[in-house]
Design a protein around this ligand. Structure first.
Ligand code: GDP
Length: 321
């Protein structure tokens, strides 16, 4: 191997696959910065991924996402499963490591090899964020994490995209919203597989849950509505069971629509840098669709897929096809 990026990627991948967490962290930094090492690494790791259950957790600031993720980690470890967490903050300029909350969370699990928590800051446009978080999930998936929690901060469009690209999407709410319940972003509720009313110890939690159930009856997904108290861990076992049921309902392979969305985000992020506009109208062309499906099935990595789509466009531009 002569290419230095390829050599470095091979070294980091081998180490990460052997369980080296520092190598894993370095790979994730490369993915976040979208370096040539990341591309070479993802070409290697992508075929090894596709087994993990990717769970998006989103909701307004203060609803208790960080607290709930911490208690979910505790529950997952109680049943002796491994868990990776990617905390995505589209508004944060901080990068290359852990945000404050994650440092605190990480200390508890510092000695635990079956927990890995990583923050990712925003890079470029929202589609780029969905692509980067999907790529980070691929890396964690390839090294063997079974459950990957994708926690997004805020309720903007990019969070909806990231949340929707998970196999299972959990949307959090806090009680006492009362009449303001309609203020919850409709787009967010549309992507929810599970709606969680957190702060179950507060008055009005059950009433909020009942209102949400009434509101969501007859909606496309009819998400389950659960009440948790993230601070005490109450309801968290039930939440994990509901998450597992979503996985089982999707045939154990993850939601096909979500897989395609992730495939498309990743392939498009590569093409973005190369030929975006030329391919834009090609999404529904059968050959393009087939290529994206191969990526979704982890038969083809996003970079090779992008190369193929690009070659097809260029052949056509050259007068072929
Ligand atoms: P995030 O912004 O959605 O990540 O929310 P945090 O996890 O940071 O929680 C926001 C605040 O709500 C913190 O002060 C938490 O301690 C508190 N909180 C989280 N879960 C609960 C809960 O179940 N009950 C109560 N009473 N407070 C909670």
């Amino acid at each position: 191997v002569t290419d230095p990026a390829e050599a470095r990627a091979a070294e980091l991948c081998d180490a990460a696959l052997a369980g080296d967490r520092l190598a894993l962290a370095r790979l994730l930094t490369a993915v976040e910065n979208r370096t040539p090492v990341a591309e070479a690494a993802l070409r290697r790791l992508y075929p090894l991924a596709g087994r993990a259950h990717l769970v998006g957790i989103t909701g307004p600031p203060g609803s208790g996402k960080s607290t709930l993720v911490a208690s979910l980690i505790a529950e997952v470890r109680r049943v002796d499963r491994s868990v990776g967490v990617i905390a995505v903050d589209p508004s944060s300029p901080i990068t290359g490591g852990a945000l404050l909350g994650d440092r605190v969370r990480m200390q508890v699990h510092a000695q635990d090899r079956d927990v890995f928590i990583r923050s990712m800051a925003a890079r470029g446009h929202s589609g780029g964020l969905a692509a980067s978080s999907a790529a980070a999930a691929t890396v964690m998936d390839a090294v063997g994490f079974e459950l990957i929690l994708l926690e997004t901060v805020g309720t903007g469009q990019s969070e909806v995209e990231v949340a929707a690209s998970a196999d299972t999407t959990v949307v959090l709410e806090a009680p006492e919203m009362g009449d303001e319940i309609q203020a919850i972003k409709a787009g967010l509720l549309e992507v929810a597989d599970i709606v969680v009313v957190n702060k179950g110890d507060r008055p009005g939690a059950q009433r909020t849950a009942a209102q949400l159930r009434a509101m969501l009856t007859g909606s496309a997904k009819e998400p389950q509505v659960l009440v948790t108290t993230a601070l005490s861990g109450e309801g968290v076992r039930e939440l994990l069971a509901a998450i597992d049921r979503c996985r089982a309902a999707a045939g154990g392979a993850g939601d096909l629509g979500a897989r395609l969305a992730r495939a498309e985000a990743q392939v498009w992020a590569v093409l973005d840098e190369r030929v975006r506009a030329r391919l834009h109208t090609d999404r529904q062309v059968a050959a393009t669709r087939a290529t994206l499906e191969s990526v979704a099935a982890h038969e083809l990595d996003p970079f090779t897929a992008a190369d193929r789509l690009l070659a097809r466009v260029e052949r056509r531009a050259g007068g072929g096809d």
